[in-house]
Design a binder for this molecule. Structure first.
Ligand SMILES: Nc1ccn([C@@H]2O[C@H](COP(=O)(O)OP(=O)(O)OP(=O)(O)O)[C@@H](O)[C@H]2O)c(=O)n1
Ligand SMILES: C[C@](O)(CO)[C@H](O)COP(=O)(O)O
Length: 221
C-alpha cells in the first residue's frame, strides 16, 4: 500500500536509560543506527518527521525533518504532530528498527478504514502478579495483548486526543491510549515479534542477529 497522504512521526528523543548506551536513535545495530533502520523502512513516505533529544544536531545525509523532542514520549509526539501536514499519521518508535512493509500496510489499511489502528501480539508466557516477592495470582493471558508500533491515526483525531490529554493532565505510554481516552475506538491488527522494542542490554545480541538476516528474511515473506 503506497504511503501517500501519510506523515510518519518518529519519536526518537529518548535517553535510552534502561539500555545505558546513550540515546537509542544513534545506537548502531548491524552497522547502521536505529534511526537509519527506521528511516529506510519508511523511505517511501511523503513526509517523515523525527524528534531528537534536545541539543543533538540532526544527523547529516538523512531524508527527514528533525525537531527537538520533549521530556516524555507523549510530548515528543505532540511536537511532531504540530508539524505534520498530511491527513494520516503513523507513529513509530525509533527503538523498533525491524518494521516490515507487511506490518506497515496492515496498520495503514485499518487506520484508513477506521481512523485509529495499532498492532498487537498475544502474550506467550504465563503472567503472574507477585505477592510480597513470591509467586502470586496468575493473570489470564488470553484476554491480554502486547501493544507495538507503528500506530496509525487520522491526523486530526490524534491532534484532538493529545489536546484532550493535555487539558486534563493525562499521561500515556502510547498514542492509542489517548485516542481511547477521547472515547474513540482503536482497531487492533496483528503485530510482529520481530518489531520488538530494543529496551534492555540483552535485546542487543538479538537485534544484531536479526540485522544479519533481516533483508533476506524480509524479502522471502
Ligand atoms: N522524551 C522522550 C522519551 C522517549 N521517546 C521515544 O519513545 C520511544 C519509546 O521509548 P523507550 O523505548 O522507552 O526509549 P527511551 O525513552 O530512550 O528508553 P528509556 O525509557 O530506557 O530511557 C523511543 O523511540 C524513544 O526515543 C521520545 O521521543 N521522547
Ligand atoms: C509505544 C510503545 O512502544 C507501545 O508498546 C510503548 O508504550 C513505549 O513504552 P516506553 O516505556 O516509552 O518504552
Amino acid at each position: 500500500m503506497p504511503l501517500v497522504e501519510v506523515s510518519v512521526l518518529i519519536p526518537a528523543a529518548g535517553q535510552g536509560e534502561r539500555l545505558g548506551l546513550g540515546p537509542k536513535a544513534f545506537l548502531e545495530v548491524g552497522g547502521r543506527t536505529l534511526l537509519e533502520w527506521v528511516l529506510e523502512a519508511f523511505q517511501e513516505a511523503a513526509e517523515v518527521l523525527v524528534a531528537l533529544p534536545p541539543g543533538f544536531p540532526p544527523p547529516k545525509g538523512l531524508r527527514a525533518t528533525f525537531l527537538p523532542g520533549g521530556a516524555t514520549r507523549q510530548e515528543s509526539v505532540a511536537r511532531l504532530l504540530e508539524a505534520a501536514s498530511l491527513p494520516l499519521v503513523l507513529v513509530h518508535d525509533v527503538a523498533r528498527p525491524f518494521v516490515s512493509r507487511a506490518l506497515v500496510d496492515r496498520v495503514l489499511k485499518a487506520a484508513r478504514a477506521t481512523g485509529a489502528a495499532v498492532p498487537v501480539l498475544p502474550v506467550p508466557d504465563t503472567l503472574v502478579r507477585p505477592e510480597e516477592g513470591a509467586y502470586g495470582e496468575v493473570v489470564p493471558r488470553e484476554a491480554l495483548r502486547l501493544v507495538q508500533t507503528p500506530q496509525g491515526f487520522f491526523t486530526a483525531l490524534l491532534r484532538e486526543a493529545h489536546a484532550y490529554a493535555k487539558k486534563r493532565g493525562l499521561s500515556a505510554t502510547d498514542d492509542a491510549q489517548l485516542v481511547r481516552a477521547l472515547g474513540y475506538p482503536v482497531a487492533l491488527v496483528e503485530g510482529e515479534r520481530t518489531a520488538f522494542k530494543i529496551t534492555y542490554p540483552e535485546d542487543l545480541p538479538l537485534a544484531e542477529a536479526l540485522a544479519r538476516t533481516w533483508n533476506a528474511w524480509h524479502r522471502e515473506r
